[in-house]
Design a protein around this ligand. Structure first.
Ligand code: IMP
Length: 207
């Protein structure tokens, strides 16, 4: 039983495969095994984007697809960068490549002198099956934005994100440490239970 990960983001693939390891009866496929076109993330919410990616890539490949949309919401910025997290420092619709360092620099600039550093990561995972079934799970990680970037691990805003009660940023943690607490772990961890039920019911067998 094959399930395709509907992302080309290397950081997300590494984390998702780690979080989904050890599920009997499922063989994970990535874009390296089965290519698919990029999906423009035009949705107004993480949920819309996760569904858009899962259904579009599912329609193209015919395989069950697990997609995920995630991002950072900063309280003092009214929830920004939100769905624009990946391309926060680029012109909208410019098609410019994702630049993590520039995004982090812009975030620090917008928070310059701001005392309220509260923020959260949000992840929404969506699973689409060829018979039309859709399953959705979400997860949140609360924290705050550091005054300067620290650490080389992870990706995206990890060097700036201090989870609640921690003194190290996500980028200063090992993959295991980050995956034990992350928003993606909470969303995909909930999806694990759904996969177990689907395997038991034979719903992933393509029939
Ligand atoms: P997506 O690929 O549209 O879901 O965009 C996700 C963007 O949100 C990434 O490019 C990162 O900038 C940010 N992001 C999501 N999850 C994480 C994370 O776990 N760590 C750091 N940044 C993240």
């Amino acid at each position: 039983m094959e399930v395709l990960l509907g992302t080309k983001n290397r950081g997300k693939i590494v984390e998702a495969l780690d979080l989904l390891s050890g599920l009997p009866g499922i063989e994970w496929r990535t874009h390296a095994d089965r290519s698919f076109a990029d999906v423009a993330e035009m949705g107004a919410s993480f949920l819309e984007n996760a569904l858009l990616k899962a259904t579009t890539i599912g329609a193209e490949t015919g395989l069950p697809v697990l997609s995920e949309d995630a991002g950072l919401e900063v309280v003092a910025l009214g929830g920004e960068p939100g769905v624009r997290s990946a391309r926060y420092s680029s012109e909208p619709d410019s098609g410019a490549p994702v630049d993590y360092a520039r995004n982090n620099a812009l975030l620090l600039q917008r928070l310059s002198g701001v005392e309220d550093r509260r923020a959260r990561f949000v992840a929404v995972a969506a699973l689409w099956l060829p018979d039309g079934q859709i399953f959705v799970c979400s997860g949140v990680l609360d924290g705050r934005i550091a005054l300067s970037p620290r650490g080389d691990g992870g990706f995206g805003y990890d060097p700036l994100f201090l989870p609640c009660g921690r003194t190290r940023t996500l980028a200063e943690m090992t993959l295991d440490e980050k995956n034990a607490i992350s928003h993606r772990r909470r969303a995909i961890g909930r999806m694990r239970a759904i996969f177990e039920d689907l395997v038991a019911a034979g719903d992933l067998s393509g029939g």
